[in-house]
Design a protein around this ligand. Sequence first.
Ligand code: PAF
Length: 287
Amino acid sequence: MNNQTARIVRTRAELRDAVAAERQKGKKIGFVPTMGALHDGHISLVEKAGDKCQCVVASIFVNPTQFAPGEDLDRYPRDEEGDVARLSAAGCNLVYCPSVEEMYPEGSLTNVRVEQMSDLLDGIYRPHFFYGVATVVARLFIHVQPDVAVFGEKDYQQLQIIKRMVRDLGFGIEIIGGRTWRDADGLAQSSRNAYLSEEERTRASEIHSALHRAAARIRIGAPVETAVREARTSILTAGFSKLDYVSAVDPATLQDLPDGPLSEGQGCRLLAAAWMGSTRLIDNLGV
Ligand code: PAF
């Protein structure tokens, strides 16, 4: 437990000076971008950054460009005071809380799009999403200039897209994935779990259980498509109102795997997105 309160900076200029001062002391800069409403999963990313770096910066910015009209931008949970307290306790040194104008100066025309990987899986259902994520993360990287950045594996497609963007644009930042934090029944922790009613919450963990069973089936040689089909049925039977997808993909390229049992040494990642009432939940699991 850390007793220091993290310093809040709101402008790019303040951030640049604060980071430069730490760098001058020879410190390595670790970065954890967030949209706030922090849970244990976020805190574990901050701790992971702290294991690798002597100065940890977290950002809190609810990024409007990754929400489509009609999505939950306005009701997205916000608690800056509580978030800063949790970040401080986890050893975070600086919290960057920019305004929309700071991130997107008036007249901004430049965006980042990672082709192909952004059009699969979640990209089919939320075509704006990875476009907004890559754009804001690129801008945050330019503002913070970290040595290392940590992203949760819960957003597996996002993590792979960021890795690809960093490689393609030569950012020179080491990208690290942090494991998914789960409640006791297996539901992945997410800021959006707060939208679930008590009754929805009890059923929501089936998205994880279904992937878990599918992974076990594939591991013992079941054809990928059979295991995926069973997972789809289980999720819908558990009371999810709509299933966007369950897919078995190559862990790095995110391309669908051919049907049949996995071949020797072949990687596989299972990903799913489904709606519990008006709440969209995503999850994924390595096989
Ligand atoms: O994963 C998130 O919380 C967001 O997509 C991110 C990476 C902070 C960009 O807004």
